[in-house]
Design a protein around this ligand. Structure first.
Ligand SMILES: *[C@@H]1O[C@H](CO)[C@@H](O)[C@H](O)[C@H]1NC(C)=O
Ligand SMILES: *[C@@H]1O[C@H](CO)[C@@H](O)[C@H](O)[C@H]1NC(C)=O
Ligand SMILES: CC(=O)N[C@H]1CO[C@H](CO)[C@@H](O)[C@@H]1O
Length: 449
């Protein structure tokens, strides 16, 4: 507790312990910790998330556990929503308890609350303590916008209205349809725990002192400008894959992906990863395998599960000379490797940022949440990727998309377009770049309290 005694300020951080949420939050806390010398951070998350996000000991960032809300003896049965729903039921009580424990244990009152944007209750806790509430939004600006405008969208398109209707009543949304929205905005179960949380978030975020986002000003300019008008302070401080202190972690390339990539021609390899949560259905895995086999492109597949059991018999042997399947891959580094020509992805925001920074066009198989909106935005607004017909992996659809990106003039155009975004991302993080200046604003806000 010496560290707490010596610190002049104490900031409490509330993480969302699922998907890729805690890591970017920890990332920005790192950057803040480097920039605010006399400040100590208490990082509150579940034990499981804390275990995986704290590979090292950080001097001025201390992990604390919150209850995960799982019933005694709970056994995971394969539905990723289940632990999330138990956890949400335990909020905000688990966090309020943990904050009390942190203050009691450290003897240090709290000067500022930083939370994942999902936690609308952060506003109430901050008000009660009379301290600023700063949030981190980890997904795309456009997703935040549709959650912040949910009531307005519902008024104009109705609940369960036509799926084909365009959202052209917003600038730069003419290619976006109702069916591209996350479930729970205008259709699906509006009262599901995640949907209810996001709806509440959209209503409450205008109370936040500042919203920091893992994006850059020019990635989606018109939407970013609307968010700036809507919120007190909307600060793009990313992309974190360029600004983070990641270089201080050693890159885990235990499966030698980078060496393997170096043996291939520029822009020739198909890289495949569907993120940490979802897996395509068995018939889709089969279709993708067949497409890879028949189209004969070299591929690197980051595969969650058991490839021997889940992929077609003989596939591994037949493709061994030009395919590599690994349980884990250093994605950022892979996408920055010149050999990678296309990224087959679920369309999560972190993956899109990795692809932008690498300048690699994308093919999408989105699953849920913001992934469909991201897919559609990349495909029709930004033009550097392709959705699949029917939204799922078929052999012919995948072959066609791979060929288009790797072998056609249109694919070359996509590479040029994502190259422009790539330049913008690098410009944003240069000295005096927009993300660097926005970060200074955030540091000043946190230091001046
Ligand atoms: C976290 O790590 C501790 C100590 O290494 C271990 O006892 C515990 O089971 C882990 N918890 C989870 C949920 O992974
Ligand atoms: C919308 O459709 C869902 C089923 O997808 C149904 O549960 C819900 O009651 C409907 N809501 C309205 C307002 O029609
Ligand atoms: C409070 C707590 O359990 N913290 C743990 C978080 O994870 C790291 C790494 O496993 C442990 O060392 C901490 O004890």
């Amino acid at each position: 507790m010496e560290d707490y005694k010596n610190a002049s300020k104490h900031i409490v951080v509330l993480a969302f312990p699922f998907g890729t949420h805690a890591a970017p939050l920890l990332n920005i806390i790192h950057q803040l910790s480097d920039a605010c010398p006399n400040t100590i951070f208490s990082f509150l998350s579940t034990q499981q998330s804390n275990n995986s996000s704290f590979p090292n000991k950080f001097h001025k960032i201390k992990p604390f556990n919150v209850r995960d809300g799982l019933p005694e003896g709970y056994i995971y049965r394969g539905d990723p929503n289940e632990p999330v729903e138990y956890f949400l039921k335990a909020t905000p009580g688990n966090f309020i308890e943990a904050i009390g424990a942190v203050v009691a244990e450290t003897g240090k009152p709290i000067d500022c609350l930083i939370t994942d944007a999902f936690y609308a209750f952060g506003g109430d806790i901050a008000d009660e303590l009379n301290i600023p509430w700063v949030v981190l939004w980890t997904a795309a600006p456009r997703t935040l916008f549709v959650h912040a405008e949910t009531d307005f969208i519902r008024q104009l398109v109705g609940i369960n209205g036509s799926q084909d209707k365009s959202l052209d009543f917003f600038p730069d949304f003419s290619g976006i349809r109702v069916s591209d929205l996350p479930g729970g905005v205008t259709f699906g179960d509006l009262d599901a725990p995640m949907a209810a949380m996001l709806y509440k978030m959209g209503l409450e975020l205008s109370r936040a002192t500042a919203i920091a986002a893992n994006s850059f000003e020019d990635v989606d300019n018109k939407v970013v400008n609307m968010l700036k008008l809507k919120f007190n302070m909307f600060l793009n401080v990313g992309p974190f894959n360029l600004v983070s202190s990641v270089s201080s972690f050693t890159i885990d390339d235990s499966h030698c992906c980078l060496d393997w990539l170096s043996k291939h021609k520029p822009s020739s390899v198909v890289y495949i990863s569907f993120g940490s949560v979802a897996t395509p259905l068995p018939h889709e895995l089969e279709a993708l395998s067949e497409a890879l086999e028949e189209s004969e492109f070299p591929f690197l597949w980051s595969f969650k599960g058991n490839p021997e059991k889940q992929l077609p018999p003989g596939f591994l042997e037949r493709t061994r000379s030009r395919g590599k399947i690994v349980p884990w891959a250093p994605q950022q580094k892979i996408l920055q490797h010149p050999s990678v020509g296309v990224f087959v992805s679920h369309g999560g925001w972190n993956s899109i940022l990795d692809s932008i920074v690498g300048g690699v066009p994308m093919i999408f198989r989105p699953f849920y949440g913001d992934q469909i909106l991201n897919t559609r935005t990349v495909e029709v607004v930004w033009g550097f990727g392709l959705g699949l017909e029917g939204g799922t992996l078929t052999k012919e659809g995948t072959k066609k998309a791979l060929k288009l990106i790797l072998c056609s003039e249109q694919g070359k155009k996509m590479r040029e377009k994502i190259g422009i975004q790539r330049e913008r991302a690098y410009t944003a993080v240069k000295p005096k770049g927009s993300s660097v200046e926005n970060f200074k604003t955030l540091v000043k806000l946190v230091s001046d309290i």
